[in-house]
Design a protein around this ligand. Structure first.
Ligand code: 13P
Length: 343
């Protein structure tokens, strides 16, 4: 377990965070549709190779979560994409779940699948170079939901996954995502996140998961996307850190946030406020990022599938990663948005 703890700490090293590039083939199709790029294997490879080859990106990125296709893929010159990351001392990770499906007897809720054969898949991923893994459960807030049944079922699966991942010597990144869809208040989000995290840590304890060898991937506690008078970054920081203090054991080395559909500036400002507030209450965990859209939205648009746009897209990725890494240590300021950094 010593190696797992060290890997977990490396992933949340100060000033660095994680790029979530593990969009499934159907999710990346939505992103490519928005920029008019055909969803082919070659385009997915070209896009991710562009991100991973961004010069000096390892200053800000400690790990990248990959999708099953990507962990097996080679760059245009034949170099495995995993090797491109490893050569920069960026740790490759792998999405271990196979997606959320309707929950039996509760049609508006979902449960994440992928436990069958998971031990063997994880062993294969480790052989392909993975150092960590991720499993995403999805909890929606709405009329009468989430049910305790949904929370418990997803927490049980998360813990089963986490135990198998540690057994296969991959640091599990346990992700119960509380969605920001809806018009709920920040207090409603707090209540759901607290109930979810308490259940997740109870299941992790029952299933003997070692806390120092895992990471929590969490949502920020936010007002719903469609709520009126959405909470400010200072309120987000207070609700989020206070929720963790009530539910996340201090032995967990780090909590990494998903961006969850926040705008990239919004995700950065909130992460900055969270780290500033956490310092005032001596929060025991590293509070970092594992952003998908929050890091990729601008570089994706800049790239738009054209080889001649690669340097500009890499500059956009470097810029967003630099700002997010500053926020991760509470040293972001909005003026930095205008900085231009040559790559
Ligand atoms: P977003 O940051 O786009 O929410 O994605 C992160 C992720 O990995 C969700 O599972």
């Amino acid at each position: 377990m010593r190696d797992l703890a060290e890997t977990a700490r490396t992933l949340v090293a100060p000033g660095k965070g994680i790029l979530a590039a593990d969009e499934s083939t159907s999710t990346i199709k939505k992103r490519f549709d928005a920029i008019g790029v055909e969803n082919t294997e070659a385009n997915r490879r070209a896009y991710r190779e562009m991100l991973f080859r961004t010069p000096r990106i390892a200053q800000f990125i400690s790990g990248v979560i990959l999708y099953d296709e990507t962990i097996r893929q080679k760059a245009a010159d034949g170099t495995p994409l995993v090797k491109i990351l490893r050569d920069q001392e960026i740790l490759p990770g792998i999405k271990a779940d196979i997606g959320a499906k309707p929950l039996a007897f509760s049609p508006t809720e979902v449960v994440t699948e992928g436990l069958d054969g998971l031990r063997e898949r994880l062993a294969e991923y480790r052989g392909l170079g993975a150092a960590f893994s991720k499993w995403r459960a999805v909890i929606a807030i709405g009329d009468g939901i989430p049910s305790p049944y949904c929370i418990e079922t997803n927490a049980h699966a998360l813990a089963r996954y986490a135990a198998l991942s540690q057994e296969q010597e991959l640091v599990p990144m346990v992700e119960p995502e509380v969605l920001m869809d809806g018009d709920h208040t920040i207090k409603q989000c707090y209540d759901v996140e607290l109930a979810t995290l308490r259940e997740v840590f109870a299941q992790l304890a029952t299933q003997r998961v070692q806390l120092e060898g895992m990471l929590l991937k969490a949502s920020m506690v936010l007002s719903g996307k469609d709520a009126r008078n959405r909470a400010s970054p200072d309120e987000v920081a207070r609700y989020t850190v206070d929720c963790f203090r009530e539910s996340v054991p201090a032995a967990v080395p780090g909590i990494v946030f998903l961006s969850g559909g926040q705008g990239d500036e919004e995700a950065t400002v909130n992460l900055d406020a969270i780290n500033r507030y956490a310092a005032t209450v001596a929060a025991p965990w590293e509070l970092s990022f594992s952003y998908g859209r929050g890091l990729q939205a601008t570089p994706q648009k800049t790239w738009s599938g054209k080889a001649e746009n690669v340097p500009a897209a890499q500059r956009a990725f470097f810029h967003r990663a630099r700002l997010t890494a500053s926020a991760r240590v509470g040293q972001y300021s909005p003026e930095m948005e205008r900085d231009t950094v040559p790559v």
